[in-house]
Design a protein around this ligand. Structure first.
Ligand code: SAH
Ligand code: SF4
Length: 351
């Protein structure tokens, strides 16, 4: 039944205008609909009270808002992180994570159900790929997360660091970016959005050409191809040198820098020599480095390095004059931290 209904979240104003006009309604109805969907996140047409009743009935018969359904919500006891498990229209599940920073919030969204890239330290990768998300399903995660932000606080940042590789689903992701940053709609500032990629070089270049003004994070995690390819098989397709060349040529807005993420895997890529090699590799690049101590997973064979090791690694890079943050992921206790999103659990039980 619902397969024949058109999902509206994911449509921009011109698309909504075409739909509204086809339904015999005046174009201003599209603006009203746009407001209900994106400003207010209204799920039910019956609540869209300024739409003519006959139009609401038409919508009920032909469309759905298409927002994902929150089927589980786990709140961290440690840091106020909330992990949402969302069900899509075909029953697939994805996860989004909402994180608090002072009085603003960041939402981490998924771009695919699963991931095909199989990085050996990532739970999402271990589960394989199921399908791409639609533009509306990406936007829908932000709408559902925003609903949970307390009054007086606001959702400021969006990071594409959930399940999936955003640059392997570029059409839906760029469509979502346009909707999320539409000043008449969700109005998220593009400088508050960060897309993280394992390094899909041609798509990175295409993204640069689109000049969307968002920030880029590169999952580097290795200092030479031989070692990186062992933990990130996609490196065989696009080696480090090609990724770094695309980064150097990326059309950054003034005063922006690319972020390089480096997961610290105990005994694998966390030695002093690795830190020095990382500094050497990134020399001359306008960048920030985020060190992410590995978030453990029961199914993966790695360990988190000691705090001393993490500090030492950071110090070596600081001495080379890099901006280096250590990102202790939030939401560890709810499996909501980087690399812990599996999307297969419902009410805590394996399905
Ligand atoms: N596919 C994209 C975005 C999602 S992953 C990418 O790989 O960039 C977001 C970040 O979490 C990436 O930097 C990823 O390498 C990192 N990550 C994956 N598994 C992790 C783990 N177990 N511990 C810490 N970080 C992890
Ligand atoms: Fe996919 Fe990113 Fe996980 Fe690698 S780290 S498997 S690219 S989600």
């Amino acid at each position: 039944m619902s397969e024949n209904l058109t999902p509206l979240v994911g449509m921009d104003l011109p698309e909504l205008t075409a739909l509204v006009t086809a339904a015999g309604q005046p174009p201003f109805r599209a603006k009203q609909l746009h407001h209900w969907l994106y400003r207010l996140g209204t799920r039910e047409f019956s609540e869209m009270t300024n739409l003519a009743k006959v139009f609401r009935e038409w919508l009920e018969g032909h469309c759905v808002t298409g927002l994902p359904r929150v089927v589980d919500r786990r709140e961290s006891a440690e840091d106020e992180t909330v992990k949402l498990l969302l069900e899509l229209s075909d029953g697939e599940l994805v996860e989004s994570v909402l994180m608090r920073e002072r009085d603003w919030w960041t939402v981490c969204v998924s771009s695919q159900v699963g991931c095909a890239l199989g990085c050996t330290f990532c739970t999402t990768g271990a589960g394989g790929f199921r399908r791409d998300l639609t533009c509306g399903e990406i936007v829908g995660q932000v709408i559902e997360a925003r609903r949970l932000v307390p009054d007086g606080e606001f959702l400021r940042n969006i990071v594409f660091m959930g399940m999936g590789e955003p640059l392997l689903n570029p059409t839906a992701v760029t469509g979502a970016l346009r909707i999320l940053t539409d000043p008449d709609g969700m109005a998220v500032a593009s400088r508050r959005i960060t897309l993280s990629t394992a390094g899909i070089v041609p798509e990175l270049r295409r993204l640069s050409e689109k000049d969307l003004g968002i920030n880029i994070a590169i999952s580097l995690h290795g200092v030479c191809d031989e070692e990186r390819n062992k933990i990130m098989p996609i490196g065989r397709r696009w080696p480090i040198a090609e990724i770094l060349a695309a980064c150097r040529e990326f059309g950054l807005r003034p005063r922006r820098r690319i972020t390089f993420e480096y997961v610290l895997l105990g005994g694998v890529n966390d030695s002093d020599a690795h830190a020095r090699a990382l500094g050497k590799l990134l020399r001359g690049m306008p960048c920030k480095i985020n060190l992410i101590p590995y978030n453990p997973s029961k199914v993966l064979p790695y360990r988190r390095p000691s705090m001393d090791r993490v500090n030492r690694f950071q110090d070596i890079l600081l001495h080379q004059n890099y901006t280096v943050c250590v990102r202790f992921s939030k939401g560890l206790d709810v499996d909501g931290a980087c690399g812990q999103l599996a999307g297969r659990h419902r009410n805590g039980a394996d399905s």
